[in-house]
Design a protein around this ligand. Structure first.
Ligand SMILES: Cc1cc2nc3c(=O)[nH]c(=O)nc-3n(C[C@H](O)[C@H](O)[C@H](O)COP(=O)(O)OP(=O)(O)OC[C@H]3O[C@@H](n4cnc5c(N)ncnc54)[C@H](O)[C@@H]3O)c2cc1C
Length: 407
């Protein structure tokens, strides 16, 4: 394996020039290297980190939710919602499954089309590194990129290992989330340097934080999970689990909603998805007049949550004592709980960065810059952000395939 790990610029010097340099040895960078190497391109892959593909390693709780069978452009946020269609159509979840199956890797569907690797994340990283090596790629870790210029038709890349010239350059440096494992804004800086605009970035797939009385209540419920519908200000709705935490709210429904949330906006939580609380309570008042509201709520929710709802509404009564107004109050509290998060946990825990290199300035077929021939942007650095559930890796594979087969 041509993997060279050293902080010393002396070890593993480059060839003076090559066909393709890729910066960022994550999911997208490795996959683009495989695709280009298979076409006979001399590929040099550079990363400042000491380990490749750290986000694959920590993904999906260590099992890597590597794709989603329901992949469709509607599952992605982007200023141009059509941009991802072409790449996603030309490299599908089944194409990736075929690649990993060739290495004996197997998978299972957890829920909602989410596919996880039975052999866990390191097996995915190994298969990508093996295919990269087989395609003739060279991977240089612990390599700082100091400067990129393009004085003529070649890029010149000054690094801690010396300078390398290349015909084509792919930027696959990801987004800003989880800086402690090597995330940087480098890709955006390079994009700007070559004239690109950046769609404003913000943390996505990230827990909400709260302050004051709400924080106190949510912290008291920490660890409680319940299925909900969450609706964002732009009317996007997610039906999944929500988890109370000591800082606020998390769980799949909340992470999904966070990608659509802007500071200051409220979210609406329906704690009784699919139920008409008003009718159910009116029926219960007739059928079980002696039942207490606490019992009724405990039949629907974990006990701590039931207590919290009861305290908040002040409806600690028997069913027979409920007025129509009381029923309205409870129905509205359960079906439309409007709250305003204080903030999110930010890039420290966000799974993705929403926004990025403006897709108007990239070819949707090849990911090549329309402003600078030979320059490509792939993966999370681009303004295409998937929902939770394997969509972000599918974008990494598909955009890498688009660039790697065309550069
Ligand atoms: C905790 C967590 C769990 C996740 N789980 C899933 C999941 O199960 N399914 C899913 O689809 N998505 C998941 N994601 C999202 C997914 O990991 C990313 O969308 C995906 O890794 C993006 O791939 P990428 O190759 O574009 O960027 P990255 O994987 O982030 O790779 C970028 C690479 O560039 C390198 N780099 C950065 N800056 C520089 C620089 N200045 N110089 C040189 N190199 C640099 C980094 O070291 C890194 O190796 C998860 C994310 C997190 C944080």
């Amino acid at each position: 394996m041509s993997v060279i790990r050293s902080n010393s610029g002396k070890l593993g010097p480059f060839e003076a020039s090559t066909d393709l340099v890729i910066i960022g040895a994550g999911a997208a960078g490795l996959f683009a290297g495989i695709e280009a190497g298979r076409r006979g391109k001399r590929v040099v892959l550079l990363d400042h980190s000491g380990k490749p593909a750290e986000k694959i390693r920590i993904s999906g709780g260590g099992r890597c939710n590597f794709t989603n069978l329901e992949t469709h452009a509607s599952r992605f946020l982007s200023s141009n919602r059509h941009f991802a269609k072409s790449a996603l159509a030309r490299f599908t979840p089944w194409d990736f499954i075929e690649r990993m199956s060739a290495h004996g890797l197997t998978w299972h569907e957890k829920t909602l089309g989410q596919l996880f690797c039975d052999q866990k994340s390191p097996a995915i990283i190994k298969f990508l590194l093996d295919d990269f090596e087989a395609a003739g790629g060279q991977l240089f870790l612990d390599t700082q990129i100091n400067e990129i210029t393009k004085p003529d038709d070649q890029f010149r890349i000054a690094t801690s290992r010396g300078e390398i010239q290349t015909q084509a350059l792919i930027i696959a440096t990801g987004g800003l989330s989880i800086p402690k494992i090597g995330a940087t804004g480098f890709g955006y800086d390079i994009a700007r340097q070559f004239g690109h605009s950046i769609v404003e970035t913000r943390p996505g797939l990230v827990p909400f934080t709260f302050s004051g009385a709400l924080l106190e209540r949510f912290a008291g419920l920490s660890g409680v999970a319940t299925p909900v519908d969450i609706r964002t200000a732009d009317k996007t709705e997610f039906h999944e689990a929500m988890l109370f935490t000591h800082r606020g709210l998390s769980g799949p429904a909340v992470l999904q909603a966070s990608s659509y949330w802007q500071p200051g906006e409220s979210i609406s939580i329906n704690y009784a998805p699919g139920k008409n609380v008003r009718d159910t309570l009116s029926d219960a008042r007739q059928a079980s007049p002696r039942q207490g509201m606490k019992d009724w709520l405990t039949g629907l929710f974990p006990a701590r949550l039931a207590d919290d709802i009861l305290n908040e509404t002040g409806l600690s009564k028997r069913m027979s004592e409920l007025s129509n107004k009381d029923i309205e109050i409870m129905a509205s509290r359960l079906a439309r709980h409007e709250i305003t998060p204080t903030a999110t946990e930010g890039y420290r825990t966000a799974e993705v960065t929403v926004g990025g290199v403006n897709t108007d300035e990239l070819s949707s077929k090849t990911m090549e810059s329309k402003l600078c021939p030979g320059l490509y942007f792939i993966g999370e650095v681009v303004d295409v952000t998937g929902w939770l559930g394997g969509y972000n890796f599918q974008w990494a594979w598909a955009s890498a395939h688009a660039a790697g087969t065309n550069c």
